[in-house]
Design a protein around this ligand. Structure first.
Ligand code: GLU
Length: 305
């Protein structure tokens, strides 16, 4: 069994990211498997080396050690080979449709964005190949329905080509898009089990079809609860930015935050400081809360939910 934690290094670590890391790590350790860390830094407009360095520090501070670390921007050759394979299979096509064009479809996708109507399917790549394209590239998915219930019982069955639309796999700026990189890199690392936040669950069907198109093995999925922050307008959002690790670290030690997270999701009876390794023996997904938790950061008393 090989699991992985794959944070995007596009902002400060926060309690939600650290909870995800803890759950991935515990799932692997409790099953005698390996736990890998992959830093997802492909978005040139949002990823920063400083965030990647901070993520490594924050994970070590929490007490998590990894069996291997991959930096996604170092995987260019594998990503290009996947695009070659999609082009050879006749699945790759250019598409410059804007968000406005997609909104005109009037169909909401399961991830909350606009579904893409596959309008540009059949458009040819430049004669000299996909590398010469100045437009974003999409991958044509099979039109099949994917029947999929994840290990936590979440029904992710979907017809991705219709409900989401063919995914962008290479952006206009040349960056490899998340949906492609994630399946290529998971397969290359031999990942068998993907554990991640529920916010990404709607992408799973698309990823299963990309795996199939590339002849990659299917993996097991589990999507866990999210920690939500009450932000402007009381809209609940992932904790990005609202409770940054730099602030949490000023108040908590790593073991104190580990104990707090464990108690918040049901893995410990009290928030007494502990090391992640102390939680392995009694770890079971049946003990982990399934409802998202709203978390606040109070100056006088620290984290509260
Ligand atoms: N990099 C993605 C994120 O931080 C997660 C990728 C995944 O787990 O599949 O939201």
């Amino acid at each position: 069994m090989i699991g992985r934690f794959a944070p995007s290094t596009t902002g400060e670590a926060h309690p939600g990211t650290l909870l995800s890391a803890l759950l991935v790590w515990l799932d692997a350790r409790a099953r005698g498997g390996r736990a890998l860390l992959r830093l997802e830094d492909l978005d040139p407009t949002r990823a920063k080396e400083a965030w990647a360095a901070q993520m490594i520090d924050a994970l070590a501070w929490l007490g998590l050690a990894w069996d291997g670390v991959v930096v996604q921007s170092g995987r260019t050759a594998a990503h290009a080979a996947a695009l070659d394979a999609l082009a050879a299979a006749g699945r790759l096509y250019p598409c410059a449709c804007s968000r406005g064009d997609r909104a005109a479809s009037g169909r909401r996708a399961p991830d909350g964005g606009w579904a893409y109507d596959n309008t540009c399917r059949g458009r040819p790549l430049p004669a000299s190949g996909w590398r010469a394209s100045e437009e974003p590239l999409r991958a044509q998915l099979d039109d099949d329905r994917v029947e999929l219930v994840d290990l936590g019982g979440l029904d992710l069955s979907q017809t991705p080509a219709r409900e989401m639309g063919d995914p962008v796999v290479r952006r206009r700026d040349g960056a490899i898009a998340y949906q492609l990189a994630v399946v290529v890199d998971d397969a290359a690392a031999g990942v068998t089990d993907v554990v991640r936040g529920r916010d990404i669950a709607p992408s799973t069907g698309t990823q299963v079809l990309l795996q199939r198109a590339l002849g990659l093995p299917r993996v097991a999925y589990r999507h866990h609860l999210l920690l939500l922050g009450a932000e402007r307008g009381d809209k609940l959002a992932k904790l990005h930015g609202s409770i940054p690790w730099s602030g949490v670290r000023a108040r908590y030690t790593g073991p104190a935050l580990c104990g707090w997270l464990a108690a918040a999701v049901g893995l410990a009876a009290s928030p007494a400081p502990c090391a992640p390794a102390d939680l392995i023996a009694s770890f079971a997904w049946s003990r982990v809360a399934t409802e998202d938790l709203v978390v606040r950061y109070l100056d006088e008393s620290g984290l509260a939910c």
